[in-house]
Structure formats: structure tokens, C-alpha cells
Design a protein around this ligand. Structure first.
Ligand SMILES: Cc1cc2nc3c(=O)[nH]c(=O)nc-3n(C[C@H](O)[C@H](O)[C@H](O)COP(=O)(O)OP(=O)(O)OC[C@H]3O[C@@H](n4cnc5c(N)ncnc54)[C@H](O)[C@@H]3O)c2cc1C
Length: 432
């Protein structure tokens, strides 16, 4: 690494095709729908609107994939964190089941969309493994497999020997595999979606932070530094990077950093031992860890950040320790890339859809599992923004709900992490 102190050296843009040209908004424009945020949520919604002939423009403070969508682990995972019974208890039977079905089909939807649009994003569909390092985790895996099987999903348990053969690590007792899933280069995918929005007749503007939203002459006017966009309806899809654009919206979630490192490409001999099937892995811990290979054979390892934004390369101590624990033979493998991103954690860890005002909505909070979900929710958000009956939507738009005492979020996050780590340790029977 040229600069030992450089804290942000993300892998995905370095291995993606060039980003599309997304000029900043300049001058006064009109659209039927204005979308703020060019991550998977904003871009998938824009694509499905543009394909229906709706005039849509997307504004991003930076560019497509600048937020979590271009910085994540690229694991395309079906489903939400919740079991059908949890969702039915929360939302009632029809809506709870609609949500569950949307999640169940989210990975299929994403890979089908990538194929239909011909997006060059290193799509790899060899399943996704959830790994367990405790008996509690193995029991959760068994319940998960049983619940998915009732839906006919292609899932099965991996007991220790098979897990060991597929993953090549002794750090876990086993897990389960979901054949619907896989991985992608998420930045390349976000750029591909942006290109598809433009090809379908929409516009994507980078370098266009929305600074204010005002009601002017029966329309919503979104103002940026050099331009304005008047629209009948607005979707705010700014996720963990939500700023002060809409009063109190940033208080509806807590933003948590997650960091990743990527090694130099592994040799053929190493590749034969490590993640032989090339299925990405996340684990069942409360303080989640995840790892995978990229197309060139780099091993990418991610998990909770130390505290706040990564400041120097030393911020990645937890990820380096995790690499050594997962694969002791790789402890000295050179690290080529290291970066962080922010996840929006919501109460109940459920996605949120808010009706902020007449014609203004906000959708976010995939709680670290948003690649497939944020893509799959696009058509439903397009329905919402074109006035389809709200009863048919998988999520009902609700009034904005904020987290009480949000000012204390850093204290909460630190306390919650300590508490969740302790519970993970307790499950592993580690007394210290
Ligand atoms: C490190 C990390 C690893 C993850 N790993 C996975 C994984 O492997 N699998 C998985 O399924 N999920 C994963 N996730 C979660 C997933 O990345 C997110 O759920 C998803 O990308 C959210 O997409 P989004 O479109 O809602 O928001 P984002 O992608 O965050 O997009 C928000 C956009 O809004 C823009 N913005 C903010 N404010 C303004 C403004 N005022 N005006 C204009 N633009 C603005 C930002 O520039 C940004 O581009 C991970 C997340 C992180 C951070």
C-alpha cells in the first residue's frame, strides 16, 4: 500500500468498468418524479419508473454507488433477517407474507435484472453460506433451513466436513447454504443500473447534493447548488448518509460503520483450499462477520468497524485479526485494499418506508442486507410513486418515526456492540 495512512482504498471501483457520465444538475428542470440518492434503492426505483415511461431524474451528492451500494460486501442474499412469523406479527398476515415473498425472490430478481440489462458486474451465483461458530448458531441455521424449505427454497445444512470442504476454515462448526444467492462487484452494479436508467430515458446527476425541498406552485422543488428540479413526487433514498435535507429524517436510524479489507490475489494453490466453491459467507454472530473472494481471487473480509470512520490503515485491526483467525496460512498475505461504509440500523431491524408529506417518501434501512432487497423493492416504490393503491404494497408508507434520545446514538452503538459481543462470546462458551 503506497500510503500507509490512507484509510480509504476501496476495491470495487478499482476493478469495475468506468463509471457512466452523470453531469451535475444545472439550471431549472422538471420531472414527474425526483429521486434523491443514486444507490440501489434510488436507481432500481428510477429504472422501473423510466421503463414505464415516467419522467424521472436522480440526484446524488457524489455519484452512482458512492454510498453503501458501491462500498458493501457485494453478497446478494435472499430474504430479510426475519422469519415469516415475525413479519406477520409485525405487519399482519397479508402484508407480512408479501414482505417475506419479496425478500424470498429478491436474489432471483437481482440476478435476472443483471442478466436482462447485461450489466458487467462480475455476477457469480454459486450460493451463499451462513456460517455458525456455536451450537446456538447451528440451531438458528437449522430453523432457517426448515423455514425456507417450507417455501421450496434450494437450501440445505452444511455439517462440519462439507462446510470445511467448501469454506476451507476451521473457525466454524458448520452452517447452511442458499443456492439462490451469490455475489457481484456492487460498484459496477450501481454504475450499470445508472447506465440502464439513462438508456431508458431517465437522468442521473452526480455532484448534485439536494440542499432543500420546498413546495412551490403545487410541485416539490429540489434545490442543488447549480440547479433545481421541480417534480410532482419525491423519493428520498439517502439511507445511512441521510443529512439534514428533511427535518428529523436522520433520527429514524442509527448509522454504523462496517470495514473491509481485500488481500492480494491468492495463488492457484491457495485458491484450491479457500472458498473452493466461491460462495460468499456471512456468519450468524450478532456482531456480523462476512468474507468472500472476488473474480481475481482476492479474499475480502469485513465486519464491524472499531469506532467511527476509518482514520488510518490501523483502523482495520479487527479485520486483520479475523483474516488470521479464519485462514491462519493467510495471516501475512499482503493487503491491497481497505475501506469502510455506513449501514443504517433501524428499530426492529426492518426496512422503513415513510410518507413525509403529500408526495414525498423516504425508503431505507436494509440493516446491512440491502443489495438484493433494495433492488427488489424498486418496482413497488415505482408503484407508490405512480399512485398504485397502497394496500398492494409490500410496505405501507407510515408517518416518520424517530428514535427517542437519538443524540445519544454513539453511546447506544458502543453499548449495544459490547453487549452483542458479550452475548456472542457467551454462546461460544468463552468466559473471558
Ligand atoms: C460495509 C458494508 C457492507 C455491506 N455488505 C452487504 C452485503 O454484502 N450484502 C448486502 O445485501 N448488503 C450489504 N450492505 C448493505 C447495503 O450496501 C445497503 O443496504 C444498500 O446499499 C443501501 O442502498 P441505498 O440505495 O438505500 O443507499 P446508499 O447506497 O447508501 O445510497 C445513498 C446515496 O444518497 C446520496 N446522498 C446522501 N445525501 C444526499 C443528498 N442530500 N443529496 C443527494 N444525494 C445524497 C449518497 O451520496 C449515496 O450515494 C453493506 C453495507 C455496508 C456499509
Amino acid at each position: 500500500v503506497a500510503n500507509e495512512n490512507a484509510a480509504d482504498r476501496p476495491l470495487w471501483p478499482a476493478t469495475a468498468p468506468p463509471a457512466p457520465n452523470c453531469p451535475a444538475l444545472s439550471g431549472a428542470h422538471q420531472a414527474e418524479v425526483a429521486i434523491i440518492g443514486a444507490g440501489f434503492t434510488g436507481l432500481s426505483t428510477a429504472l422501473h419508473l423510466a421503463e414505464r415511461g415516467v419522467a424521472v431524474r436522480v440526484l446524488d451528492a457524489d455519484g452512482p454507488g458512492a454510498g453503501a451500494s458501491g462500498r458493501n460486501g457485494g453478497q446478494v442474499i435472499a430474504g430479510l433477517r426475519h422469519f415469516p412469523a415475525d413479519l406477520i406479527a409485525q405487519y399482519g398476515a397479508p402484508r407480512g407474507m408479501r414482505l417475506y415473498r419479496l425478500g424470498a425472490g429478491a436474489a432471483d430478481f437481482t440476478f435476472d435484472l443483471i442478466a436482462r440489462l447485461g450489466i458487467d458486474c462480475a455476477a457469480n451465483r454459486r450460493g451463499w453460506i451462513q456460517a455458525a461458530d456455536t451450537q446456538v448458531g447451528m440451531e438458528q441455521a437449522r430453523s432457517r433451513v426448515a423455514a425456507w424449505r417450507e417455501f421450496g427454497a434450494p437450501v440445505r445444512m452444511l455439517e462440519r466436513d462439507e462446510f470445511r470442504a467448501l469454506v476451507g476454515s476451521d473457525a466454524y462448526l458448520g452452517g447452511w447454504i442458499d443456492e439462490r444467492c451469490g455475489d457481484i462487484n456492487p460498484y459496477a452494479y450501481a454504475c450499470g443500473l445508472a447506465r440502464a436508467v439513462i438508456a431508458a430515458g431517465g437522468s442521473v446527476h452526480g455532484g448534485s447534493r439536494a440542499l432543500a425541498i420546498r413546495r412551490v406552485g403545487g410541485m416539490w422543488r429540489v434545490e442543488t447548488q447549480d440547479g433545481s428540479l421541480s417534480a410532482e413526487r419525491v423519493l428520498i433514498a439517502t439511507n445511512a448518509l441521510t443529512d439534514t435535507l428533511w427535518p428529523r429524517l436522520a433520527r429514524a436510524f442509527v448509522a454504523v460503520w462496517s470495514f473491509q479489507i481485500a488481500t492480494a490475489p491468492l495463488s492457484e494453490a491457495q485458491r484450491a483450499q479457500i472458498l473452493a466453491q466461491r460462495a460468499p459467507v456471512s456468519d450468524t454472530r450478532r456482531v456480523l462477520r462476512y468474507f468472500r473472494l472476488d473474480q481475481a481471487g482476492r479474499l475480502i473480509v469485513g465486519g464491524k468497524g472499531t469506532a467511527g470512520k476509518p482514520a488510518t490503515r490501523a483502523s482495520f485491526a479487527l479485520q486483520l485479526a479475523m483474516l488470521a483467525r479464519l485462514y491462519p496460512s493467510l495471516a501475512d498475505q499482503p493487503i491491497e485494499f481497505h475501506w469502510g461504509g455506513q449501514v443504517a440500523i433501524t428499530p426492529g431491524r426492518l426496512p422503513q418506508l415513510f410518507a413525509l408529506a403529500d408526495g414525498v417518501f423516504a425508503s431505507f434501512g436494509c440493516n446491512g442486507k440491502g443489495v438484493a432487497w433494495c433492488t427488489a423493492i424498486g418496482p413497488a416504490l415505482a408503484d407508490l410513486l405512480t399512485g398504485t393503491a397502497q394496500d398492494d404494497l409490500p410496505l405501507a408508507p407510515e408517518p416518520l418515526r424517530t428514535i427517542p434520545f437519538h443524540r445519544l446514538r454513539r453511546v447506544y452503538v458502543a453499548a449495544a456492540n459490547t453487549w452483542l459481543r458479550l452475548r456472542d462470546r457467551f454462546d461460544r462458551g468463552v468466559g473471558s
